[in-house]
Design a protein. Sequence first.
Length: 533
Amino acid sequence: MTTAIQPAQPEQVELAQKDPKKYLPNGARRITIWNGLGFGVGDVFGGGSGALTGTYLSLFLTSFAGLSIAQAQSIQGVATMLSAVTAIIIGGLSDSMYKFKIGRKLGRRRMFILLGAPLLVLGMGMWLPGFSYWFYFASFFCWTVTLQIIMIPYATLPSEMTTDFNGRTILSTTRMFMSGLAGSLVPIVGAALLNTLGNHAGTYTVIGVGIITVFILCVLCVYFTTWERKPEELDPEDVATGEKKTMREHLSTIGHVMLSYLSTLRVRAFRQHMAIYLIALTFVEMFMNVFMFFTIYAWNETAAFASLLLSLGVIWMPASPLQGWLFSKLGANGLYSVTFAGTILGIVSFYFLHLAQGTIPDHTWVTVTMVVFALFLFFKGLIYFVPWQVFPFIPDVDEIMTRHRREGVFSSMMRFLRVLTQGLGAMFIGFFLQNVGFNATKKQQTPEALNGLITLSVWIVIAGLAVAWAISLTLRLNKKTHAVLIGEIDRLKAGGSKADVKPEVRKVVENLTGIKYDKCWPDEPAAKTATVQ
């Protein structure tokens, strides 16, 4: 389940000396913007899938498939939560695939990306009208399972491709650029098709099937443009094929795997990171999931207008390098504060725009709404951007605690918990709106239903974001502390004594790990369960 990195080999160092533009001093390949784009295009699927289902699926299921809002949200909630098991399985498998012939041939991470691409076809069933609740449930379940199969190994690739801070920043920045681009292009395509073909079931089918086809091509592109650590760069124990095991040994292995996942929560930086990530994304996605309804009933506008607003995010695409620069300069704490302040202010503004309807000229209202929503989208994008900038450095914190690399385990745990909270959020939306009498088939809602929709969209979401903001103030993982951490790991790998640690380094390590320095870097690498005592 874990992976220890072997020191650079002499031939790797020789490569660096011959071609320093292509290789780092330790022999690792430098990350270029082209490498970043090849990797980042994968998040056209990662970011675009959420935009596709979050924007249109509930509206399609309630308006054209005959489902209630509770049924539509239960499909997304329950199926998403059930698929969380996949997250646990895939991470462990991807860590261990070099033990098998197929993994050594196709790559332990990239193999899942290659195999997952054609499975996305199963998700096209979500967009076909005239079927039963269970048909849509099964189709969405297959979609979410495939999402885990692809995105969990995908998230580990920055750590696989380089250990360089700047290289990882290029990969994460281009990934977020592509994710934001997809999130903007999906509603642009949706708005264009709705205006051209009309607001009927066939239009949503064209939207869903067409965009999923693009996703498949993007996922395949990732496989052919990225790389990962070779078997010879890893601990021999992690790539050696073993003898056949008995059932008892298999059960024991499963127990060890579960302990390995639980042990990730012993890392303080990971606990903080996950709390911010889960709370922030769950609540902001709750807003996005009901935004179409908010536009139609609270603003008395059309689905095409909502799609137009969502497409405004495309104007921020050139600003993606700015996001990377802000992260480098402000650190996670500072950028999180900017992010949450801007997002909350935007949502409050939407409430006042609701109150302002009819009190100002329509053209003025539309102009102000577009400007405010465009600004909101910039800050919303940062909510997705910052956590994935932080994540590649979490396994480094774990390494000094266990002497192993466990990118797959952390990626799986992150995805597992994310899927659970995402499912709970979807179910909460359905329960809450059904309870206040919301009915998506009606042209107008009752006052109670409308007030409930506004309460959910504005005040409940703001409360959740405020909690995430407060937690973000305690996070101390940034470029400076990460450099200190890596320097200490390198010193210990070179045979340095823990007794010689500098006081300031000890403080940084203890703050990030949450354990005493003396318990870090054990004399022998931690057991494969990687539990930290």
